[in-house]
Design a protein around this ligand. Sequence first.
Ligand SMILES: Nc1ncnc2c1ncn2[C@@H]1O[C@H](COP(=O)(O)OP(=O)(O)OP(=O)(O)O)[C@@H](O)[C@H]1O
Ligand SMILES: [Mg+2]
Length: 1012
Amino acid sequence: MDRIEPDGERKQVTVLFADVKGSMDLAEEQDPEQWREIMQGFFSILADEVRRFEGTVDKFTGDGIMAVFGAPVAHEDHARRACLAALRMLDDIAEYAAELRRRHGLNFSARIGINSGEVVAGAIGAGADGGYTAVGHTVGLAQRMEALAEPGKAYLTEASAELARGYLELEDLGEFEIKGASRPVRVFELAGVGAARSRLDLSRERGFSRFVGRAEEMAVLDAALESARSGEGTAVGIVAEPGTGKSRLCHEFAERARTAGVEVFEAQAQAHGSEIPFMPVLQMLRAYFGIADEDAERIVREKIAGRALLLDPELADELPLLFEFLGVPDPDRPLPKLSAEAHQRALQDVVCRLAHAPGRREPTVVMIEDLHWIDPGSEALLGGLLEDLSGSSLLAVVNFRPEYEPAWKPPPGYRSIDLQPLGPDDTRALLRDLAGDDASLHDLAPALHERSGGNPFFIEEIVRSLVEAGSLEGSRGAYRLARPIDESGVPASVQTVLAARIDRLGPEAKRLIGVASVAGKEISERALVMIAGLDSPGGAEVPLRELIEAGFLYELELYPERVLAFRHPLTREVAYGSQLAEQRRAGHAATARALVELNPERHEELAALIASHMEQGGEPLEAARWAAHAAYWAGHSRPREAIGLWRTVTRLADELGDGEEPESMAVASRLQQLDFAWRLGMPREEQRRLEREAEEIAERIGDTRSLALLQMLCAGRPGLEQRTAEWIEGVERGVRLADESGDRHLRVALRAAGSYAYLCAGRLDRFEAALDEVEELAGGERSLGAGIVIGSPLAWASMGRGLARRDRGEIDEARRLLERAVRIAEEDGDPETASWSRSNLAVMLRLRDEPEAAVAAARHNCERTERLGDVFSRSLALASLGATLLGTGEFAAALEANEKAERIYRDAMGGGGEMEVWRAGLRAEALTGLGRAEEAVAVAEEAIATAGERELLWSLSLASLALARAQAAGGDRPGALATLDETEAASRRTGAMLVVAAVEEERRALAGEPAG
Ligand SMILES: Nc1ncnc2c1ncn2[C@@H]1O[C@H](COP(=O)(O)OP(=O)(O)OP(=O)(O)O)[C@@H](O)[C@H]1O
Ligand SMILES: [Mg+2]
């Protein structure tokens, strides 16, 4: 199998363009050699700043550069890096321009454009010429920003502004029409560095969410502070993935400590600062000495000297060192020259002496965040400080991400806190704080927890993006769900964090996570090895260990085989999204093949999944085959799933176009959909369309079989509004075509399904004759015609004959046949015919004077049928329950069940169907039982009219009997007697002797009663 080798990636990056304004005119004024030198100076300024912030110079454009931040290696703060680089470029260039003006009288100025978004990054071109570059609309828009920018300014788009806001100061310039952009673009000018230094600063600015959970962690920190208070200085390290809440926990603890009167000094390493030595130490010392940005040098020296000497007069000797280090050297007391090493040692010494100064007895907290970005100098200093903690009243609290490996030795009493994501309850509490308590949000919490993996940063960002997308409406803390939430992408802020983490993986681990992301939420190691094209089964061991240790994957199962799963759905999405379409396609195809090959005994269960991978893998024919396979397997037991799969087959077959197999799939899948239409309901127009299309293709390819089936399916539409005569005509045409085709399956299947029309028309003789034909043709071969319309034609035949017997009043034989039908249907895996037969059995038990048993059987059947999920069977089961409840005199419950049966049928089918007259008759009986004879009469009369119009003669006699009873109950004796005469006539016509018997009973009752 081919290895899937990426030659490009989709990446979220920030692109920066910088150029010289009006370079042509300027160049004209200069000697070319001199101009070259000027430009070289310019380029080197730009390139230096790009490098300082770990960007990549993508290309030199002749009079400027294009730089990319966030590729090849992703940085979660790519926009911020680009902006900081731009600010420094502008400063440097201003200086450079001043010099050029002095030396050459030249009016030199540059402008910068910045944009963030997705690009495809990778090698472009062939061989040695193929350099790494980024391409995409994002790049073009950055260039437009550059062209728009005033000399000496940097402009950025909203996309960059969104990511950089807070960290940088931005000025909104309003919307601009930009060539090549379909909508106006909001443009910002970069005005300076902003107040925020960390993400937590940003959240603070937006207003912190309520702090949830973390009680145990807080207790560990409290205990460590107590220890420091008692002179046993120590340290606590907090470790967790980005966004888990390290900074927030530290912040909350710092606030607690401050409230308790403890001094807290904070510093943090910066993502783009690992190149700048001692940043966190400087920050810490500035905090310690209370130095403000605007302080004059002299004031700064006074502050340093004042505090240091107060703590320990002996520190006087170290003042020059401190002055120099903090950037305020005293001209009168210069620092003697020291080697770098000696300098570092001296600094370390001073810091420790400050920490241990005799003047300091109160406990102090020193907090350093984000050690994963710390520079080596600061790290060494921290190491020295930690070594020397015992006997001090200092508590050092540090935090870092899991990839950081401390270079310092943990001090005695050191505690490490492995900060975990929020649990479901804390997630819910956080969501409540952010979005409120509206009932529409009820299901959001579990979904959010699943998607974010309990990471509070992700939770906040997802909620924000839902607000921006309009899914949540209202205001903070009081939102409601305005639209259902789809998997609406990964918020850009989260995307950058996750992409940066993935990029830090080794190449093989990175490749494997890409492969796994295509396969799905989980994947077996065997499949992974196969899809990734690794030679040996153990080949994935090392990179997998890396992925597990880094927290991307976890072992879902170890036995019987190792299965790995993504810890975070979001990581999967990002890993998936970063691959090129071609690469994903190959991955899906390989996944499908691996699923087929590795699971020979689970093909049916996996068929739908295989189909979906085949489709995304660009193999529509295979996809259609597997989808059809899956659809057959779902069959009538899971009708909704099945019809969805058939829709997929239709779509794929149509895409495939001409060809024997695609065309026959195009017809078959449409017929299958129509076959589910009477079970589940389908909009009229959609049905008509499917019928038309199926007929057109079947005729074109001369497919008689399908035309026969189509006749049958069109004849009995759900809701059935035509007369039974038309229905019967359609059935008979279908049966004739089936006979012509000579296909035994079809002949049996269509006779079985079609016989129902005779029953509904009250033609019991013809009904039984058709069923006899079914049994004869099948000759006991149970699989014959099975699954075409009806799951088990023989079960159906037994049921039908049972019904006919029941109507003829041969109750014992009816019972035997119905029980046999249930047995055959169950044995042959036809849950529908089983359900219908049980419905009929229950109704029949009532006739045998076993009303309680009838209700129990009907209830039990309702429960089982509910699981089937098709409307036809459920409605029948409910109506049958209603019928049995009449027998126990529970008229209200009977009415309720009946009305529900009616409602679900009509809602799905848009009409009452062929059983509506039967149901109406039962409803009339229930109303009579409830003493609402007048309503009962109305319902029964309407039902009789409908039965007449549509020739639904089977149910007519029952509705007629119900009318007679309602009339009798309402005191209309003559009316009742007349109706009974009609009922008897109607019943004799169809052969429903059971009803004739009931009519006689009614007559006797009426005769026995006094008139009126
Ligand atoms: N326990 C909590 N309750 C409520 N909000 C929290 C909690 N923990 C974190 N948050 C919020 O989640 C966001 C991310 O938290 P934080 O910045 O502390 O993560 P972090 O672990 O420091 O991430 P990084 O490694 O990127 O610095 C913040 O907005 C913070 O306010
Ligand atoms: Mg943090």
